[in-house]
Design a protein around this ligand. Sequence first.
Ligand SMILES: O=C(O)CCC(=O)C(=O)O
Ligand SMILES: [Fe+2]
Length: 261
Amino acid sequence: MRVQRMSAPLGAIIDGVDVRRLGEAEFADIRALFQEHQVLALRGQTLTPQEQLAFGQRWGELVRHPYAGMKAYPDLIELKNPGKARDINQHWHSDMTYNRAPPKLTMLYALETPGIGGDTAFANQALAYAELSEGLRRVVDGLRAVHSAEGLAGQYGADPGQAPRAEHPVVRTHDETGQRALYVCRAFTRRFVGWTREESAGLLEYLFQHGARPEFQARHSWRPGDLVLWDNRCLLHFAVHDHGDAPRRIHRLQVAGPAPA
Ligand SMILES: O=C(O)CCC(=O)C(=O)O
Ligand SMILES: [Fe+2]
């Protein structure tokens, strides 16, 4: 197994591993690498949908999407290039923070990738938190925020008033590593609990911009056969749409996580 860092702040690229044939000890090594780097890109996999699902289940219970699941494999979603105007993942976000217990991990397997472009960008939110001043850390430590899917609902033609919403701490403690990380995102965080939208806007905007600073980021450049998993508890991600109509086809699953604390 060869491990290369993806960037200074986070991520690792792993060659020489076949995830279909990992014994318990090797799986424990991969888990340790996941805790250390937060994003793993395992190159050169050849997975059927069943094999991806089986590997996903080794991390925990799978989260089924209410309507986007594949007919034959309801725990998988197929991501295809919908064109830049319709791609809903071109923003910094953590997946499904509008739920009480968002997934802990998202896993993407690339079947087809553009020759160039279509990267996924990541930003380390433990680092973002650590890089705040002590004064601002003290302020955000005491805050909770409302997250809502109302923006998404609009894009799906659903009623924004009925969209799921949840309250979470603005700084989240990782349930496995104990690390503290900033836990707000432009896509879903609406306001601080006990504050109005207007009062929240200024500080939220500062945190959104701070959390996405270049020195917290990594970018993954996709090749077919890449299996990428990221820790949805302590980082943000962004699907960069710069590949026009070039085909990009990815199978995606999510693993259940705890309520943020
Ligand atoms: O397509 C990508 O690069 C990532 C899309 C995304 O945000 C997700 O799968 O959660
Ligand atoms: Fe996402």
